[in-house]
Design a protein around this ligand. Structure first.
Ligand code: PMP
Length: 355
C-alpha cells in the first residue's frame, strides 16, 4: 500500500455488494432487485426528462420528490431527506446523527454496510447478537443498569435474514431510548412489514430510511430517503450541503416522483413478489430446506445435510446466482432473491437435481 495513504484509508474494508454478472441466460437472484421492473409511468417520466433540460442543474432540494413522498406518507416536506440511494442517506446519517461518544448499537448479523461506515467515520460501536432464532431481542436495545445508551440502527425486516420485528416491538425500542437516535432501515418493509414512518410525529428520536431499489424496482436510478423529525432532517441536510448540493439528478427526480404517484402499480407488484416468495418457501421446505420466515423480497435458507457454499457453487454451475455469506453463524445459508415465478421454478428444479 502506498505510504501516501492516510491512516484512515489503511484501516478501511469497504462494503462490497453482490456481483453484477452479465445477465445473458443467468437467473440472477443475488442482490435483491425486483424482477418486474418499475412503473411504466416512471419510465415515461424519465424519458421525458432526457431533453434540453439536462443542460440545467437539477433542483438542489428535490422539492417535487419531497412533496410527493410527504403526501404519500402523511408527513411535511421538511420531514423528508432524499439521497442517491439509501446507502448515501445512511452515510449521511452515520456522519450527522450516529457519530457520538456513546457506542452505536446494531445487531450482529445485519447489513454489512454499517460496520464499514463505523470504520470510515471512526464511530465507536457495539454489535448485539441476534437470538437463537435470528430475531432481534427488544430487551437488548433497552437501557440497562442506568447506562446511557448511544444511537441504534437496525434493518427491519433484517438483512440478510428477512426476519421482521413487529411494529409494536420497534416502538418499544424507540420509546425506551428517548435520548438516542433510533434509525430503522426499512429497505424491505414493503414486502410484508408495517412501516415505522407512522410513528414519526410521536417520537423526535426516530429516523426511518427507505429505498427505491427494492419495492419500486429502481435500483439503477439510485434513490432513497429518510423520514423523521424536522430537526433530524435538518442535520442530514447540513451534511449533504457540505458534501454535494445536488442529491439527485433530473432523471432520478422525475422517475421517483412518477413512481410514488403510481400507487396501484406499486401495490400490485409487491403483492406479486410476496405470493412468489410464499410459494418458493413452501417448495424449498418440501425439499428439506430450513427457511427462515421472511417479510422481504428474499429468503434465507439452509439445508441440514448440505453445505451452503457448495450449494451456491452448484447453482452457479447451472447459471443461477444466489448470495452466500462467509460470516460466522450464517455460513450454511443462502440468501435468495425472489425472482419471477419462472426463475423460482428453475431454481427449485436445479435444487432437486443437486440434492
Ligand atoms: N439497507 C439495506 C438493509 C440493504 O440491504 C440495502 C441494499 N443492499 C440498502 C440499505 C441500500 O440500498 P440502496 O443504496 O440501493 O438504496
Amino acid at each position: 500500500m502506498s505510504r501516501f495513504w492516510s491512516a484512515v484509508v489503511h484501516g478501511l474494508t469497504p462494503y462490497v455488494p453482490g456481483e453484477q454478472p452479465k445477465l445473458d441466460n443467468l437467473v440472477k437472484l443475488n442482490t435483491n432487485e425486483h424482477p418486474y421492473g418499475p412503473s411504466p409511468k416512471a419510465l415515461e417520466a424519465i424519458r421525458a426528462a432526457t431533453g434540453d433540460s439536462l443542460r440545467l442543474y437539477p433542483d438542489p432540494n428535490a422539492d417535487a420528490l419531497k412533496a410527493a413522498l410527504a403526501q404519500r406518507h402523511g408527513l411535511q416536506p421538511q420531514q423528508i431527506f432524499v439521497g442517491n440511494g439509501s446507502d448515501e442517506v445512511l452515510a449521511h446519517a452515520f456522519m450527522a446523527l450516529l457519530k457520538q461518544d456513546r457506542p452505536l448499537r446494531f445487531p450482529d448479523i445485519s447489513y454489512s454496510f454499517y460496520p464499514v461506515y463505523c470504520g470510515l467515520y471512526d464511530i465507536p460501536h457495539r454489535t448485539i447478537p441476534l437470538a437463537e432464532d435470528f430475531s432481534i431481542r427488544v430487551e437488548d436495545y433497552l437501557p440497562q443498569d442506568g447506562e446511557q445508551p448511544g444511537a441504534i440502527i437496525f434493518p427491519n425486516p433484517n438483512a440478510p435474514t428477512g426476519r421482521l420485528l413487529p411494529l409494536e416491538a420497534v416502538e418499544r425500542i424507540v420509546a425506551g431510548n428517548p435520548d438516542a437516535v433510533v434509525l430503522v432501515d426499512e429497505a424491505y418493509v414493503d414486502f410484508g412489514g408495517e412501516s415505522a414512518i407512522g410513528l414519526i410525529d410521536k417520537y423526535p428520536n426516530l429516523l426511518v430510511v427507505h429505498t427505491f431499489s427494492k419495492s419500486r424496482s429502481l435500483a439503477g436510478l439510485r434513490v432513497g430517503f429518510a423520514a423523521g423529525h424536522a430537526d433530524l432532517i435538518e442535520a442530514l441536510e447540513r451534511v449533504k450541503n457540505s458534501f454535494n448540493s445536488y442529491p439527485l439528478d433530473r432523471l432520478a427526480i422525475a422517475g421517483a416522483v412518477a413512481s410514488v404517484e403510481d400507487e396501484a402499480f406499486f401495490q400490485a407488484s409487491c403483492r406479486k413478489v410476496i405470493a412468489t416468495r410464499e410459494k418458493l418457501i413452501a417448495d424449498m421446505r418440501a425439499l428439506g430446506f430450513e427457511v427462515l420466515p421472511s417479510a422481504a423480497n428474499f429468503i434465507f435458507a439452509s439445508h441440514p445435510q448440505r453445505d451452503g457454499a457448495e450449494l451456491t457453487a452448484e447453482l452457479r454451475k447451472r447459471a443461477i446466482i444466489v448470495r452466500h455469506f462467509k460470516a460466522a453463524r450464517i455460513d450454511q445459508f443462502m440468501r435468495i432473491t425472489i425472482g419471477t415465478d419462472e426463475q423460482c421454478d428453475i431454481l427449485v428444479e436445479a435444487l432437486k437435481d443437486i440434492l
